[in-house]
Design a protein around this ligand. Structure first.
Ligand SMILES: *Cc1c(COP(=O)(O)O)cnc(C)c1O
Length: 288
């Protein structure tokens, strides 16, 4: 499981930003590892050490049918010789052909357990968890999206790879572990902006809670933008599609649309609104 770290930092030359006096670089975490890619590698790193340190031979975790976290956990377990169990939301999926994400997980040895939505909602309660562990454990349990204290500490290692020529780090937010860690790892005077990939407006609370659990208190150098989710998780509309097609044509790079595309859309929208002072150096984390 040898990673490519530090991941590359690619300058992006975009006349729309140059005209505003802004500079942008892409932090290519998507190049860290071919199968355990992006922020998932950083989030799993300390968890895998902990699992092995505890002598666990199985990882058990949770995700939706298109979860990148399930894929990454399956690949990591496969590479390290750990069994993996993926608890998937939606029992109706058990009778359908597997989508590419779940097929990948199964090919990498993951046992899938499909549960109904009510059970899934209660997944982190002792009743449900104990039953899952009785049936499929013992196991090292990773929460949905892999966001726990060890994941936050892994993501907090990213800013040390950025040098000191930057002001603002932009990152997509799904469960919040990546933003929580990056913000905690920033040097003084820098800040992080999270772009929520889903609606509901609760993600800032999740990020604060993760920082509280990891470090005792939240940091005050970040916020979450809730206005760029384009209708919800994995939803998209013509505005986002047009932006992404144009971005790919300009930069010969097609961002992953569910998280990274929405973050870049939001970054450019904020820039065009005059949110950033001229001279600001931005970094956008390509989380996958
Ligand atoms: C999982 C994922 C995220 C969300 O990370 P969180 O730590 O859950 O906020 C962002 N981008 C990509 C590409 C992902 O796969």
């Amino acid at each position: 499981m040898r990673p490519c770290l530090p991941s590359p930092l690619h300058e992006l030359c975009d006349p729309r930003l140059t005209a505003l006096g802004l500079r942008l670089a892409l932090k290519r975490d998507d190049l860290i590892h071919p199968e355990v890619s992006g922020n998932k590698w950083r989030k799993l790193k300390h968890n895998l050490t902990a699992a092995r340190g505890q002598g666990q031979r199985t990882l058990l975790t949770f995700g939706g049918a298109y979860s990148n976290h399930l894929r990454a956990t399956a690949a990591a377990g496969h590479a390290l010789g750990l069994a993996t169990v993926g608890v998937v939301r939606g029992e109706e999926l058990a009778d359908r052909p597997l989508n590419p994400s779940l097929a990948f997980a199964v090919e990498h040895g993951m046992r899938l357990v499909f549960v109904d939505r009510a059970t899934y909602r209660a997944k982190h309660t002792p009743q449900v968890l104990d039953r899952l562990l009785a049936e499929h454990g013992p196991a090292y349990v990773l929460p949905e999206g892999g966001s726990n204290e060890a994941a936050v500490r892994g993501c907090a290692e990213l800013p040390a790879e950025l040098g000191d020529d930057f002001d603002v780090v932009c990152v997509a937010v799904g469960t919040g572990g990546t933003l929580a860690g990056i913000a905690a790892g920033l040097p003084p005077g820098r800040r992080a902006i999270g772009f929520a990939a889903l609606g509901g407006g609760f993600l800032a609370d999740e990020v604060a809670d993760l920082q509280r659990r990891t470090y005792g208190a939240p940091t005050d150098n970040w916020h979450v933008e809730h206005g760029f989710h384009h209708g919800g998780y994995a939803r998209r509309g013509p505005e986002l599609d047009t932006f992404l097609a144009d971005f790919a044509a300009r930069h010969d790079f097609a961002p992953e649309p569910i998280y990274v595309g929405k973050m870049l859309f939001g970054l450019f929208a904020l820039a065009e609104r005059g949110t950033f002072d001229p001279g600001t150096r931005l970094i956008a984390v390509v989380t996958g």
